[in-house]
Design a protein. Structure first.
Length: 349
């Protein structure tokens, strides 16, 4: 049933002659030391193997990325935290700007858990000890800022000051004694925390074990040795990273048609070369669960195009060779099958 429905979908609406990339394509990610930018670079490298050019752009984080995918020219993809998606969805009925942004966003792929890191001075034992302290909670436009505010509010902890600093500046401020702790929502292992300047005698990751947090977020554990200063496992909580795209309508204009085609092509590469991403990319690719679609959000029709059986794709390799490829009608990979099964359960096929 799934295969037949998607064949009809592809035949009626999407199949097109394979052509070279026809549009500038960009993905908005995060800061230079975060996991988002590494994931973006992995996707760009994957696309480059077949002649697709994806520019990786830094950003303040999830909230900026949501707005960029909705409104910024030539920005087809962005990485967003699941709690930011929930924030936009929950408040869409009350805030017109959020409603407009959410209305144009679709899910491309669900990615991996992002751990909520709180690096603090060693004498701060837990979240409750942040009361009355100086805590960096991220810059405006970042998912870290939203998550930090939610975590502190849920735990009923009020710092003396919530300082608006990005991750790199937060680390410098902590080492200089200008703040007492800082939040950073990022997939472990994150490059920022690999610095040998973080003395395990002076700093540590705060355990996040409050029951109210476990009810809202996903409990996870950072293993000993993940970072040089982590000598034993630390219980944290996590959000999910989600790759999002715009709700492109191919029949609207040439730009939307070309952007939809790019998203379809890249989606085809992700699913047919998923093992390559796991082998060569950031370690978090090993934890990706493509079937874990955020509740209330629709998968992009352009992504479904790239997953359709028999999808026509031309791989133009850097050495000049051209290979015509696509999923044969009789074969579906396991990640592809699970993804389509979940999509059809939610959307109908």
């Amino acid at each position: 049933m799934i295969r037949a429905a998607l064949i009809v979908l592809a035949a009626c609406a999407f199949l097109r002659p394979a052509a070279a990339q026809e549009v500038e394509a960009n993905i908005v990610t995060g800061g230079p030391s975060g996991t988002y930018i590494q994931i973006g670079r992995d996707l760009a490298a994957l696309g480059a193997e077949c002649g697709l050019t994806l520019n990786v752009r830094e950003s303040a984080g999830s909230i900026e990325n949501m707005n960029a995918v909705r409104d910024r020219p030539a920005t087809q993809l962005g990485v967003v935290q699941s709690d930011v998606l929930e924030y936009f969805q929950t408040l869409a009925g009350e805030v017109p700007a959020l409603r407009r942004a959410a209305g144009g966003i679709r899910v491309a792929f669900t990615l991996y858990n992002e751990e909520v890191h709180v690096l603090a001075r060693r004498e701060i034992a837990g979240l409750a000890d942040l009361a009355g302290k100086r805590v960096a909670t991220g810059v405006e436009g970042s998912g870290t800022r939203l998550t930090a505010d939610l975590v502190l509010d849920l735990a009923e902890v009020e710092p003396a000051e919530r300082v608006a600093l990005g991750p790199a500046d937060s680390l410098e401020a902590l080492l200089a004694g200008e703040i007492d702790a800082f939040f950073y929502v990022v997939g472990a292992p994150a490059e920022l925390f690999r610095s040998d300047r973080i003395d395990p005698e002076a700093f540590h990751l705060l355990p996040l074990t409050d029951p109210v947090l476990a009810a809202v977020y996903t409990p996870v554990e950072v293993a000993a040795g993940t970072y040089p200063f982590v000598t034993e496992p630390v219980k944290l909580v996590a959000v999910k990273a989600v790759l999002v795209t715009f709700d492109f309508q191919p029949d609207r204009n040439a730009y939307q048609a070309a952007s939809c085609g790019f998203v379809a092509d890249l989606s085809h590469l992700v699913l047919t070369r998923f093992d390559e991403l796991r082998a060569k990319g950031h370690p978090k690719w090993g934890a990706v669960d493509v079937k874990d679609i955020p509740p209330g959000w629709e998968v992009s029709a352009c992504v479904l195009e790239g997953l359709a059986p028999g999808y026509a794709f031309t791989c133009r390799r850097p050495d000049g060779t051209v290979v015509e490829e696509g999923l044969s009608e009789g074969v579906e990979s396991e990640p592809n099958r699970l993804f389509l099964q979940r999509v059809c359960a939610r959307m109908g096929c």
